[in-house]
Design a binder for this molecule. Structure first.
Ligand SMILES: [Zn+2]
Length: 245
């Protein structure tokens, strides 16, 4: 199964349009820029990435995270759990008002291996309805819990023209016990333009990560929403097709 998952994660993005499946935002994942160490390299170019936050909203951590994103003018995508969105509607409204994007992370975050395709798609649909009621907009982006999908779930999402969004950078903040672990991670992170960085706003450490990465002296880091990257990739492939025609 692991081999199949690896194949899906690496091979599918090469042939599937970014509007259907996305692991990162780079046109080519091999970034030719030097992988400068964030805080020790000499002046480097602007690195553009996507901060993505899963499993919220959380009544304590999400407002602090939004504060720090606003302070540093970073745009992010929040893959929210439907039940929590219903519980904290003011946080969903604030996420949207402050220019961030929402994604669907199912209604209850049920364990993928124990969730049938039918139940999974129902959870997606129910979360959609909650988010649409709160924001007046349809949410197209979906991140399955743990990034795990089977073929039936994937095809079910594609039938509804949804974009499956995974990630290529994972600091594993949910396993951290201390803020210093996140500071260490940030100092060793080599940002590559197009990275989709997975963090969690039901844990406190993403807040420090945004602060650390935004205050880095030598690498300017700018986060965009996932939709920005979809647009970017789509435009690039259109230009490439035109050039080859
Ligand atoms: Zn999750």
């Amino acid at each position: 199964m692991n081999i199949i998952r690896q194949f899906v994660k690496k091979a599918i993005p090469a042939v599937i349009p970014p509007k259907l499946y996305l692991v990162h935002g780079a046109v080519s994942h091999i970034d030719s820029e030097a992988h400068a160490n964030c805080c020790t390299a000499d002046t480097g170019p602007l690195k553009e990435i996507a901060f993505t936050f899963d499993d919220g909203p959380h009544p304590e951590h999400t407002p602090l995270l939004l504060d720090v994103l606003q302070k540093y003018q970073q745009q992010a995508t929040f893959f929210v759990i439907g039940e929590k969105a219903r519980q904290y509607p003011h946080l969903i409204e604030r996420i949207v008002q402050e220019g961030h994007e929402l994604g669907n992370h199912t209604l209850t975050h049920s364990e993928p291996a124990q969730t049938s395709t039918r139940n999974f798609l129902e959870e997606i649909e129910q979360t959609d309805q909650i988010l649409e009621q709160l924001t007046g907009k349809k949410v197209k982006l979906v991140r399955p819990p743990k990034g795990k999908l089977n073929l039936g779930k994937l095809l079910g999402l594609w039938r509804q023209r949804r974009t499956v969004v995974l990630w290529d950078i994972d600091p594993r903040d949910y396993l951290m016990n201390d803020q210093s672990e996140m500071i260490d991670w940030c100092q060793n992170y080599h940002p590559v333009s197009g990275n989709f960085c997975l963090m969690h706003d039901n844990h406190p450490y993403a807040i420090e990560a945004v602060r650390q990465l935004s205050e880095c002296q030598h690498t300017r880091l700018q986060s965009h929403t996932v939709s920005h990257w979809i647009e970017n990739k789509t435009q690039h492939s259109t230009r490439t097709q035109q050039a080859c025609a």
